[in-house]
Design a binder for this molecule. Structure first.
Ligand code: P53
Length: 476
């Protein structure tokens, strides 16, 4: 079977600034939301502290020191044959507190140097503007994205980045996994997506919808400004895509799965179509949720639709209708284990066909080019006495997902820009803060406590991925 992947298909990897750069206070960088989160573990949430507390360990502060070692790391990416690399611009390097009117030149210079180094090595940078690294000052002074003032701050940051890097970066994304906050029950996603700190008695759901609305407006404004600065820029949204299956053929399960999908992915509807889907408006009515949405906002949403849909894909989910609950009840409470699937050590269900399903679902609904900007297998790695790392489990996961991705293109006609697996070099886990939940083709000698030499080494998957790229996905 020919893959029919585009000739210029983008192969590479994806990271976020806060998960690998370190240098959290260097060259004028401000404190971000990632700088106040400690380490958790499988099933154990990270603690969000009130500011940086002495004596606590914050893994993002030093990351894997990419800030000082990026040349060495890029050389390894080049050796694997990457033609693209996704990272984010740490907002706090450019606007340390978020509400300044003038950017920090030292921060801008760092990304000039980084992008130049990538381009020099034939690697195209792909950039996320907001990837879980909001300035912490915007949390304490403004309450995060529930405050409309943040629209202006984000748009200023985005404009600065578009102007500065308009000739170096073509592919952009506005908000990483904007839909994670659909889980507003836990503290993690509302904080990392939107800088929300809930107080007892808050209507968590209503506040989340307001924050998400403000982000959608900020994103749409940024899209318009980016296109005005350089019409060739491709500006996308970024959705965490974990399809939700019905547990059974029982129509109750099927309808619940549909409702759950609508709730999780309405964000993409707004990004792509420029307005809210009717089912969500009715849901808000029933729940008495009344976000402030101005006439001007509606116009901005309409005029700032995205060029493509970026997605992460790690796993799928399933729901079973509980007779005691309604279709409006958070689908999180009606999630069930899928007996057809195995899971990672962190409980993430492994489902390669779910990727094909996801690509088809998004294409059916949006008819936009898609870009897989995250996929991967977080696992414990064992370093052998001779230093080798035999990560066949990671190769198996990636191979099976690439096979399904190819089927989606060759048999289903999905228009796919590229495939950028998560964490090509080991980095700090977003969800748990661990180093030992590893995704990399490149091993980094550092553990959950922050100990290690930071030395880099090639895992078996490094050589495997190199051959995948060299053959444009033929040789799996
Ligand atoms: P970690 C939850 C569910 C799916 C993807 O995640 C998620 C999350 C948040 O943990 O995050 C994305 O590191 C995110 C990356 C993150 C990656 O997936 O928890 O965009 O920043 O590192 C993997 O294993």
């Amino acid at each position: 079977m020919t893959t029919e992947l585009r000739k210029d298909f983008l192969w590479g990897g994806a990271v976020a600034a806060h998960q690998l750069e370190g240098a959290w206070q260097e060259d004028g960088k401000g404190v971000s939301v990632a700088d106040v989160m400690t380490v958790g573990g499988p099933g154990k949430a990270r603690t969000i502290t009130d500011g940086v507390v002495p004596g606590e360990y914050y893994p993002n502060h030093d990351g894997i020191d990419f800030y000082h070692r990026y040349k060495e790391d890029i050389a390894l990416f080049k050796e694997m044959g990457f033609n693209s690399f996704r990272t984010s611009i740490a907002w706090t390097r450019i606007y340390p507190n978020g509400d300044e009117t003038q950017p920090n030149e030292a921060g801008l210079k760092f990304y000039d140097d980084l992008f130049d180094e990538l381009l020099k090595n034939g690697i195209e940078p792909v950039v996320t503007l907001s990837h879980f690294e909001l300035p912490y000052h915007l949390v304490t002074e403004y309450g995060g994205f529930k405050n409309r003032k943040l629209i202006e701050f984000f748009v200023r940051f985005a404009t600065t980045c578009f102007e500065r890097y308009k000739n170096k970066v073509k592919y952009w994304m506005t908000f990483n996994e904007i839909n994670n906050q659909t889980n507003f029950v836990d503290d993690f996603a509302p904080f990392t997506n939107s800088g929300l700190r809930y107080q007892p008695g808050d209507d968590r759901e209503a506040i989340m919808y307001q924050a998400a609305h403000n982000e959608l407006v900020a994103s749409a404004e940024a899209v318009q400004i980016g296109h005005a600065i350089n019409p060739a820029l491709q500006i996308g949204c970024m959705i965490a895509m974990g399809p939700i299956y019905p547990y059974s053929m029982n129509p109750e399960d099927v309808l619940l799965a549909q409702k759950a999908m609508e709730h999780n992915y309405y964000f993409a509807d707004v990004h792509v179509h420029g307005d809210y889907p009717p089912t969500l408006l009715k849901y808000w009515d029933r729940k008495g949720i009344t976000p402030e949405i101005t006439v001007e906002d509606r116009q901005i949403l309409k005029n700032g639709t995205v060029d493509y849909v970026g997605l992460s894909y790690y796993m799928s989910h399933a729901v079973k209708k509980d007779p005691a609950r309604s279709f409006d009840d958070s689908d999180l409470k009606q999630l069930v284990k899928n007996n057809y699937l195995k899971a990672s050590d962190w409980g993430w269900q492994i489902d390669p066909r779910g990727l094909r399903y996801a690509l088809n679902w998004l294409t059916d609904r949006y008819r936009k080019p898609l870009f897989i900007v995250e996929n991967g297998f977080g696992a414990y790695d064992k370093v052998e006495a001779n230093g080798q790392i035999h990560d066949s489990y990671r190769i198996n996961y990636l191979r099976a997902h690439i096979e399904q991705m190819k089927l989606a293109v060759a048999e289903d006609g999905v228009d796919l820009i590229g495939y950028l697996p998560w964490g090509p070099i080991d980095l700090v886990s977003a969800g748990t803060g661990e180093m030992d939940k590893r995704y990399g083709f490149i091993y980094v000698d550092k553990d959950n406590k922050g100990e290690g030499t930071l030395a880099r080494s090639r895992k078996d998957s490094f050589f495997w991925y190199k051959q995948v790229i060299a053959s444009n996905g033929e040789n799996l």
